[in-house]
Ligand binder design. Structure first.
Ligand code: PMM
Length: 287
């Protein structure tokens, strides 16, 4: 089995002996699967701590919804949502990442204790992002992105999605390294659901090995996404609601861990924590 290809180490973060579990806390009124549920600081921090108790290795805090069609939140509002939650979780010893496309939010979140910047635009949305992350010296997630959520579905046009996403990620990684972020601090992410339809997402999950060719640890964020709704749709074609896609999410977590992903990003942690442990046990038995 070729399961040990991939994974790898991210400078500046703890090293886990299996695929890590990143739990999601969306401090938003409108994220597609959990919008509005943890919209005040106290309940968001409490939810993050629950995710850790359920097995999350790190918690990703975001204040801007990126669901298809979403419009942007303004900077002050994003800061108001994100920074106190990051501070609250970090002060409890949680390894926190901040999910933002804004340099100012990244900087203030890191000052509040975040140790990883997760930018779904890979630094493209805000020209100040790469220099800011380079100066602070924290790890950086470079996700495959073709434009803002408002019209990203119209950009879901590929000849060969795996080849094109890999090439575009390579170009983005090179630009980020040129911008001063150490290659050892980069995590890559295929950006499931971002300018991709269900078929594109499934092809990427089927070919995670191609992304290992980029030589950096891989984050896979399939949680509750549309492609899982499509896979689970009943005979009438209606997808189950986002919150009924957690078993399917855990199935992708097992597949991703087995394929050598460094981490999986999920809303419901318990089942994925089990999935990555099963994947590790299978790897151990294969040696
Ligand atoms: N997807 C969402 C948000 N942040 N971050 C990374 N690195 N990769 C993703 O695919 C990704 C992300 C989509 O919104 P959600 O928080 O509701 O899942």
């Amino acid at each position: 089995m070729s399961t040990l290809r991939g994974r790898g180490r991210v400078e500046g973060l703890p090293q886990w002996d299996r695929c890590a579990v990143m739990g999601v806390v969306n401090v938003t009124p409108d994220s597609f699967s959990d919008g509005g549920r943890w919209f005040d600081t106290t309940s968001a921090v409490k939810h993050g701590l629950e995710l850790v108790a359920e097995g999350a290795d790190l918690v990703d805090v975001g204040g801007e919804s990126t669901r298809p069609g979403a419009s942007r939140v303004d900077e002050d509002e994003e800061l108001r949502r994100v920074v106190p939650v990051v501070r609250g979780l970090a002060s409890e010893g949680v390894t926190v990442s901040v999910d933002t496309m804004r340099a100012s939010v990244a900087e203030q979140a890191v000052a509040a204790g975040a140790v990883l910047v997760n930018d779904v635009s890979g630094g493209l949305a805000d020209p100040a992002m790469v220099p800011a992350v380079a100066a602070i010296g924290v790890p950086f997630v470079v996700m495959h992105w073709r434009g803002f959520s408002q019209d990203m579905n119209s950009r879901a046009v590929y000849g060969d999605v795996v080849t094109e996403v890999t090439a575009e990620l390579r170009a983005r990684m090179d630009a980020v390294v040129d911008g001063g972020i150490a290659a050892e601090r980069i995590v890559i992410d295929p950006g499931l659901g971002f300018a991709k339809d269900a078929g594109h997402d499934l092809s990427l999950v089927a070919h995670l090995d191609a992304l290992h060719g980029l030589g950096r640890p891989l984050l896979v964020a399939a949680s509750r996404k549309r492609f899982l709704g499509r896979v689970l749709a009943g005979e009438n074609g209606a997808p189950p609601p986002a919150r009924e896609r957690d078993a399917a999410t855990a199935a992708v977590s097992a597949l991703a861990a087995h394929a050598g992903a460094w981490a999986v990003r999920v809303h419901e942690v318990r089942a994925t924590a089990d999935a990555v442990r099963v994947a590790r046990a299978v790897e151990g038995a294969a040696r």
